[in-house]
Design a protein around this ligand. Structure first.
Ligand code: DC
Length: 227
């Protein structure tokens, strides 16, 4: 059976995982899998049903109604298809960030998504980013990177993203508070918390530009893959 290569990139919100993972995947010709988007898509459905993210019984009852597909059209963007409908843009609001983070603490949700993520890695060369890829989803990944940066730097980057999208209302203090809350929840939940895997290379991008970070990641990947 063909062995597909998997590169796992984990880290807290705003560390630059998606920017880096997308760039590295493009360079290598691998598929970029944004697993946060998968959690957001499930969250979007459950929220539309009017259910709170901590309501385990209702989530358990509804989760089998969710069908999540990942599509990669020509624009290279991972499109999220929820029960046949493209929800790629809808899942990106700050409300969905918070909702997905809360929902992702539930075992029933994590179990439900494990196969979706592992199937992608079984059938493609992937660069997969998330919180528990190197520790739980793909413990045998060929390369593992833990990407981080200080909360302040991550908040400044997130704020710039909001502003670039035309959202001028968001303040630095609000973004920083949201990032800290999400870090706390993602790192301290009982199941599959955000951790640096023992065999992961840790990279702090606080002082690095995007280009420098991409170069540093490429170097780690080349070394690990022996190229
Ligand atoms: O990467 P993101 O910010 O889009 O992820 C949204 C939330 O989904 C994040 O706060 C926690 C959850 N998540 C997770 O628990 N495990 C993953 N592998 C990816 C995301």
């Amino acid at each position: 059976m063909k062995h597909f290569i998997s590169i796992a990139i984990d880290g807290p919100a705003g560390a630059g995982k998606s920017t880096m993972a997308r760039a590295v995947a493009k360079e290598l010709g691998y598929v970029y899998v944004d697993t946060g988007a998968i959690y957001r898509t499930v969250g979007y459905y459950i929220q539309l049903c009017g259910i709170g993210p901590r309501d385990v019984d209702s989530v358990t009852r509804l989760i089998d109604e969710v069908n999540v597909e990942l599509r990669y059209p020509e624009d290279g963007v991972q499109h999220m298809i929820l029960n046949g409908q493209d929800v790629t843009d809808e899942i990106r609001s700050p409300e969905m960030s918070d909702y997905a983070s809360k929902l992702s603490t539930l075992e029933v949700v994590r179990d439900f998504l494990l196969d979706v993520q592992r199937d992608m890695a079984r059938t493609h060369n992937v660069v997969m980013d998330g919180r528990d890829i190197g520790t739980v989803v793909l413990p045998d990944a060929d390369v593992k990177i833990y990407l981080t940066a200080s909360a302040e730097v991550r908040a400044r980057r997130r704020l710039a993203e909001f502003q670039a999208k035309g959202d001028k209302k968001m303040s630095y203090e609000t973004v920083l508070r949201d990032i800290r809350q999400r870090d706390d929840r993602d790192m301290n939940r009982k199941i599959a918390p955000l951790r640096c895997a023992k065999d992961a290379v840790r990279l702090d991008t606080s002082e690095l530009t995007i280009a420098q970070s991409v170069d540093a990641i490429k170097e780690i990947v080349e070394k690990r893959l022996g190229r």
